[in-house]
Design a protein around this ligand. Structure first.
Ligand SMILES: C[S@@+](CC[C@H](N)C(=O)[O-])C[C@H]1O[C@@H](n2cnc3c(N)ncnc32)[C@H](O)[C@@H]1O
Length: 244
């Protein structure tokens, strides 16, 4: 099982960011703030606005339960939930893995504030998916649920996730299934009109085949999957293994 030194992942930025749009700068008080691109800042601001009501979403709560049931296996020591939001997936995983170390990262301080209050036992870090403040081989299971369509640098992010996976580690994603003629990336503005628009692109994950191809190009093989649906959304929950 992978182990994460506590100090290394608290806020030290142990891994060097691979993405020039993201950096950390030191405050006089030696804490750090995340410097992110305008693109990520628009996403961050939108989810900061959404944070107080996010947990009211029955869809996100039910999907988190389904992902946890699918992903949890007894040999998991450390879980990293990328784009954790309010920590719904970690909260659900805790029911299955009470002894696992739980780490969540997100760029939205508002979402992370809800997560910290809801799951004090977990460690929540403000970080971009493509620049994780974690050592190499620190995690056994990485989850990323309903966020891949938001991440501009998928290649850099998945490479970064691979770096932090221990040998035998797994990636579990949940992505929205769409028709093959799904529209091109759209500018989206969620909820309050005060939020700036940001880009979503579901096409790389629109089907089982597209998801398998996207991850194959990134060095991961689709190992197993289930399809989850409610009255509105159909979501692919997929387990991906690094290719040797
Ligand atoms: C729809 S929410 C999903 C939250 C959570 N995974 C869940 O299932 O409830 C999307 C989350 O992705 C986060 N996010 C988007 N882009 C990100 C990035 N590049 N790095 C880290 N977090 C990101 C947002 O801040 C937001 O909290």
């Amino acid at each position: 099982m992978a182990e994460v030194p506590g100090a290394a992942c608290a806020a030290s930025g142990a891994a060097s960011p691979r993405r020039p749009a993201v950096s950390r700068s030191a405050h006089a008080d030696s804490s750090e703030i995340l410097q992110i691109s305008d693109e990520l800042a628009a996403i961050r601001d939108a989810f900061d606005l959404r944070a107080p009501a996010y947990d009211e979403s029955e869809m996100h709560r039910s999907l988190a339960d389904a992902v946890a049931s699918f992903a949890a296996t007894s040999n998991v020591g450390t879980v990293l939930d990328v784009a954790t939001g309010t920590g719904l997936v970690l909260r659900a995983l805790r029911e299955h893995l009470p002894d696992a170390r739980l780490i969540g990262v997100d760029i939205s301080p508002g979402m992370l504030a809800v997560a910290r209050e809801s799951l004090p036992a977990a460690q929540f870090l403000e970080a971009d998916a493509a620049a994780l403040p974690l050592p190499d081989a620190a995690t056994d299971l990485i989850t990323c649920v309903t966020a891949l369509h938001l991440i501009p640098d998928i290649r850099g992010s998945v490479q970064e996730w691979q770096r932090t996976l221990a040998p035998g580690g797994r990636l579990v994603t949940a992505t929205f299934l769409m028709p093959d003629d799904a529209p091109a990336p759209d500018e989206h503005r969620h909820g309050p009109s005060a939020s700036r628009p940001y880009v979503r692109d579901h096409r790389p994950f629109r089907s089982v085949e597209a998801t398998a191809q996207t991850f194959s190009d990134l060095g991961f093989a689709l190992n197993r999957h289930v399809v989850w649906a409610d009255d509105v959304d159909t979501v692919l929950i997929a387990e991906l293994l690094p290719e040797a």
